[in-house]
Each structure stands twice: as structure tokens, then as C-alpha cells.
Design a protein around this ligand. Structure first.
Ligand code: K7E
Ligand code: CUA
Ligand code: CA
Length: 637
């Protein structure tokens, strides 16, 4: 029924009329419950797929009853909203949001001294563009320690601690612009975070070569996952879009849509073929160890030349059809699979052949290609069920196609086999997709999410700006079945879903947590014991206010400063009760922060006007929460 022909013209626009017509005619063909509306090809979308889900009982399985817990944690990137969102899967209840590249009114992320230290020089930016969240590994399985994510907008990589669900480290990658594809070393453990810089810029980018695009280059970057320092960079031919790593820790591969090295859209479409760039991690490490690198500008990060012309044999460029996009490693560890985007194909690279490629035992780079199945229009990203099937999003066809990898290889070898298993309509136009545990060797093939870029008519209208639409599909059986729609706001690109037992969280903070260790050290310099003292310390025009909080009281119900003072308020929440978070908000000063049980938080601001300014607790904590407040008395200068 949904295995329709894919002969439409290549078009990037959403054709809502076409989708409605297809939905209508499908209903007519099937059971004709839509009646005249279906025959006329107009009217509301039919609900044939959810109806089927109910019929076979799948829809009942995704109802997680009140008070019950989900089976999986889902981590969604927040796109240009800059955050990470946590969903319970399969209920798709949003459990938490983690501010990463954005600032947060509720928690004070981006404003407190603890989070400003994490953001460093980039604390001045209020935006980010978070695309690719990935969870750390030990031996190809998720170990639940960290989540890493890129910021395309401001060229950053961030790390989120999964014991407290807080961003704890960030680095701005030097010498490059726009970190896009990001992946982690999967084995033996995540020692490196690898990051693609997408855009070409002059090297060094100091204004001298702005009019000479032949001098523009970009780099592949390795960040130490434990220290979050950039370890080395590799200059490449062309650009870098998405990437993935293998399951041995030896290789990574990235798509390049701009082998032309162009700086205009028509220019990036000129070549019939672009390539997948393959990186040999050990050969790059060896080049660095042997001093075979340069440094650029005032950065001291080793830069290895991975261009073909340099002849260092640290990279290989495998030709693939023009302008590829997603690159996803199959969970059996066998293939790098690159999605064609402008070609209806995906290209399967056999990872076991890469040693031979680098050792010069193959006559042609294309010899590592073992399959190139034709799937439909606009293939963007692929995910896996751990049973030999792959699922690729088709942006232009607005479908997810299920196909069998070994059959695709046999077809490439000339056998007459059909590798396509099923195509299912999604609503509308998917980018990434992701199946449960599908970035690890533990892929369990239960739920697949199609992250669709447009929701059109799926929800109550909210004006010109629409939400996106993430659809949950049951892939546990032979046939894919659509289970559930979830609206999401601008713009989750990608997701990663792991079992709930793979994450161990803390219920309350430990007093020696590194998250606020620098604030504790500062207090010790002032001779202050945070757990007991409520004091005000004047140091020139800097005033440091230390207080405790125990529901429903702040340790100080008033403090006095002078107009023009730089005031730092440090609060330690002495409550040990799970879920008993306090807040600190100063009226008319733009100051607000979270202080969770046993946490210390601090914020610095200027008392710029004389008068009385109330501060209050803005996280509901007690029956007398409204009464938890105090006065800042500002004496005129
Ligand atoms: Cu939008 Cu992964 Cu940045 Cu594809 S990426 S759709
Ligand atoms: Cu403390 Cu509300
Ligand atoms: Ca191209």
C-alpha cells in the first residue's frame, strides 16, 4: 500500500495537496471508510495507520500509565533553541530540559558564576544550534556517563553529565567555523569526541585571503573526551557534513557535499560525485607523535595536513554520488552507510576493507563500496534494528524506507533480489531518524522515531510558525506501524535513545561536587563555611553575600549594599530532601537561579539603583514558599 513509485520530480517543497491525495486514495483502496471525502481526494487526512496500530494492540503498549516509568531515556537535540530535551520513551512525556548553548530563565544557566565558568568566553552568546547528541561508550555499548553535542552556530562542543543532567564542559574549536557532524569513539572507550567543521575559511582567517576561495579550507577535529581539550585537527579537501565512527576505534568517516570547494550553492552542485572522507585515527596520531604537523595563528593545536596533495595517507576520499548527507555506522559494525540526498541511493562502505585501502592494496577507492541500493528520493539519514535491516529517511518522498543490508549487497553483486522491505508515509519530510539503542551494538529494534521537519495540519494551528513533528513507529514486527505523533519546537535535529538502566542519576548533590568547587574555594578564601555561615563581606566595591537556605527560610532576610556595588550572592541549600529545590530571584535586577538540595549556586550583579529590592524563592518548596523572601537595601552612593 505504501510501496508507491518514486517518480516525482526532484523538489524540495512540501506538496501538501499530494500527500492529502495519497492518503485519501489509500483509504479508498483499503476499506473506503473515508467514503466520499476519500474519493474526492480532499478533506481531512485519513487515520488508516493509527487505526491499524490499535487493531494489533501496539498503541496500547505505548501508554505508560500515570505513575509508571518509561522504558527508555530519549535525548533530543534542541536545534537552534540550543538545548537538550529529555523524553521518556515510549510515552513521549517531556521529562526535563538541559540548557546547553542557550541561557535559561529558570535555572540561571548562563548567568550563575558556576555556569559562566563552563561557558567561558562564549558566555556572551545567547544562542546555539545543537544538532547531534551522542552518549559515551565503553566497548561499543553506551556507558551513560556523558552526552556530547555540537553547536553549529558558534563552533562549540559541549559535554553534559548524565549523573546530574547538567552541562559541565564546553570548548570553542579554534581555526574552524560551524561544527556540524559530531560522533564519539565507540571502542575501547570514548577517548575522543570527533567534530566536523562544515564551512571553508581562509587559514589563518585574519583578513588576508578573504577574496581567494582557493585558500579556504576546513578541518576534522579531535577533542579529548575527559579533558575537553582540542587534541589535534586535520585539514581536508572539500568540506565535512555528517560523520560516524566504527566499532573498533580505528576509523571514522564523514560525508563531503562540497568536493568542489565552492562558496556558492551552484558551485557545490557542479561535480557529479563528491566523496566520503575516511580517517585513520592511528595514522593521524602517529603523524602528531612524529611532529608531522603545523600550528595556525595563536592556536597551539597540532594541525595535520590530510589533503590528497599532502600525501600523508591519513585520509582517503571515496567517491560517492553528489552531495551526500547522513553517515551512519551499522550496528553490526560492518558498514559506513552514506545517504545520497541528491541521489536516490545510499552507499555502503565495508569497514573491513579499510585496512587494505590505507595499505594501498586496492586499485581504486571505490573498491570499498559493497552496496549502493536505490531507496527513493532524498535519502538523508539511516538507523538500524539490529536484525540486519536499515531504515532510511526519504526527505522528498516524505517516507521512511525499511531495507535489508545483506540483500542490498547481493543485489550490488548482480543477484536478482529485492532489498526493499517496506515504505511508510511520515508527516512530513523527515530529516534524522533514530531507533532505540541504534548507535550502539545493543540495538534492540523496538521503536523508531522519524524527526519530521514539517507538521502542517497535524496539530491545532498556532499561527505561521509551526512545530516540527516527531513520529514514533513500531519496528518490532515485520511491518512498520505508525504509533504516535509528538510536536517539537525548533528544531530537534537528532536524538539518541538508551535503556533506563544505562543511566544512574544522583538524587541530591554531593557537597564535594566539582560543579561548584570553584565557588566553595572562593568562600574558603573569605574564611566562610558555606554550610553554616550567613555573612556579608565587603571588599572595596565588591560585596559577597553568603547565605544558606532551609525551607522556607533564607539564612539572611536582609542585607545592605551601596549603590554601584558589584554584589555576589552565594546560596547553599542545606535541605537534603529529594526534589526540594529553592530559587533566588532579585526583583527588577534580572537575577534568577536554581539551588537544588545540597547545591551551592552564586550570581554576580550590580546594585545600580538605591532603594529597597525584594528577593524571593522562585522554585516552589514549601507551604510557606510565598513567604520565603528578603530585602536587599541599597544605600545611595
Ligand atoms: Cu539537519 Cu544531522 Cu545537522 Cu541531517 S543534520 S537533516
Ligand atoms: Cu524555597 Cu520556594
Ligand atoms: Ca557537491
Amino acid at each position: 500500500m505504501s510501496d508507491k513509485q518514486t517518480g516525482d520530480k526532484l523538489t524540495g517543497t512540501v506538496n501538501q495537496g499530494r500527500r492529502r491525495f495519497l492518503a485519501g486514495s489509500a483509504a479508498v483502496g483499503a476499506a473506503s471508510v473515508a467514503g466520499a471525502a476519500g474519493m474526492a481526494g480532499v478533506g481531512a487526512l485519513t487515520h488508516s495507520q493509527p487505526a491499524k496500530a490499535q487493531a494489533n494492540g501496539s498503541a496500547a503498549n505505548i501508554h505508560v500509565a500515570p505513575g509508571e516509568l518509561d522504558e527508555y531515556y530519549g535525548f533530543w537535540s534542541g536545534g537552534k533553541s540550543g538545548e537538550v530535551r529529555i523524553y521518556g520513551v515510549p510515552s513521549m512525556r517531556e521529562i526535563m530540559r538541559i540548557p546547553v548553548f542557550n541561557h535559561c530563565s529558570a535555572s540561571g544557566y548562563g548567568q550563575t558564576n558556576e555556569t559562566k565558568r563552563i561557558l567561558g568566553d562564549s558566555a556572551k552568546y545567547f544562542n546555539g544550534d545543537a544538532h547531534h547528541p551522542h552518549i559515551s561508550y565503553t566497548d561499543g555499548s553506551h556507558d551513560g556517563r556523558y552526552l556530547f553535542i555540537n553547536d553549529k552556530a558558534n563552533t562549540r562542543v559541549a559535554r553534559v553529565r548524565l549523573d546530574v543532567f547538567k552541562t559541565d564542559a564546553m570548548v570553542t574549536v579554534p581555526n574552524v567555523q560551524a561544527i556540524h557532524g559530531l560522533r564519539l569513539q565507540k571502542a575501547p572507550r570514548t577517548n575522543y569526541v570527533f567534530a566536523n567543521a562544515e564551512y571553508l575559511i581562509p587559514q589563518p582567517n585574519d583578513g588576508r585571503d578573504i577574496n581567494d576561495p582557493t585558500k579556504y579550507h576546513t578541518m576534522w577535529n579531535a577533542i579529548d573526551a575527559d579533558t575537553m581539550e582540542v587534541k589535534w585537527q586535520v585539514i581536508v579537501d572539500g568540506n565535512l557534513d555528517n560523520m560516524d565512527t566504527d566499532y573498533t576505534g580505528k576509523y571514522a568517516a564523514a560525508t563531503c557535499y562540497n568536493s568542489e570547494g565552492a562558496v556558492t550553492l551552484p558551485g557545490t552542485m557542479r561535480n557529479e560525485r563528491d566523496w566520503v572522507t575516511v580517517f585513520s585515527i592511528e595514522r593521524i596520531e602517529q603523524a602528531v607523535a612524529e611532529g608531522n604537523y603545523i600550528t595556525i595563528g595563536d592556536s597551539d593545536v597540532p594541525v595535520v595536513d590530510g589533503r590528497k596533495s599532502a600525501g600523508l595517507n591519513v585520509t582517503r576520499y571515496v567517491p560517492v554520488p553528489k552531495n551526500p548527507h547522513g553517515l551512519n555506522t551499522s550496528t553490526d559494525g560492518k558498514y559506513f552507510i552514506a545517504a545520497g540526498k541528491l541521489s536516490p541511493t545510499v552507499t555502503m562502505i565495508e569497514i573491513a576493507k579499510l585496512d587494505d585501502l590505507f595499505e594501498g592494496n586496492l586499485s581504486d577507492e571505490r573498491d570499498v563500496v559493497v552496496g549502493e541500493p536505490e531507496l527513493g528520493l532524498g535519502p538523508l539519514h539511516t538507523t538500524y534494528d539490529g536484525r540486519g535491516n536499515a531504515y532510511t529517511t526519504l526527505f522528498i518522498d516524505s517516507q521512511v524506507v525499511k531495507w535489508n543490508m545483506e540483500d542490498a549487497v547481493r543485489h550490488y553483486n548482480g543477484e536478482d533480489v529485492n532489498y526493499i522491505r517496506q515504505k511508510i508515509d511520515v508527516h512530513y519530510q523527515p530529516g534524522h531518524n533514530h531507533a532505540t539503542l541504534s548507535e550502539s551494538k545493543d540495538a534492540d529494534g523496538k521503536y523508531l522515531f522519524s524527526l519530521n521537519k514539517f507538521s502542517k495540519d497535524r496539530y491545532l494551528p498556532v499561527g505561521p510558525l509551526h512545530p516540527e513533528n516527531d513520529q514514533m513507529i513500531d519496528i518490532s514486527g515485520e511491518e512498520m506501524v505508525l504509533l504516535h505523533d509528538t510536536p517539537t519546537f525548533a528544531e530537534p535535529h537528532d536524538a539518541v535513545i538508551i535503556r533506563r538502566d544505562q543511566i544512574q542519576t544522583k538524587q541530591i548533590w554531593e557537597r564535594n561536587d566539582p560543579y561548584f568547587a570553584a565557588t566553595v574555594a572562593r568562600a574558603q578564601e573569605d574564611g566562610v563555611t558555606l554550610e553554616t555561615d550567613n555573612v556579608v563581606i565587603r571588599d572595596g566595591n565588591q560585596v559577597r553575600v553568603y547565605m544558606t537556605s532551609v525551607a522556607p527560610n533564607f539564612g539572611l532576610t536582609e542585607f545592605t549594599v551601596k549603590q554601584g556595588d558589584e554584589v555576589t550572592v552565594t546560596i547553599t541549600n542545606l535541605d537534603r530532601v529529594e526534589d526540594l529545590t529553592h530559587g533566588f530571584c532579585v526583583v527588577n535586577h534580572g537575577v534568577s537561579m536554581e539551588i537544588s538540595p545540597q547545591q551551592t549556586s552564586s550570581v554576580t550583579f550590580t546594585a545600580d539603583r538605591p532603594g529597597v529590592f525584594w528577593y524571593y524563592c522562585n522554585w516552589f518548596c514549601h507551604a510557606l514558599h510565598m513567604e520565603m523572601k528578603g530585602r536587599m537595601l541599597v544605600e545611595p552612593a
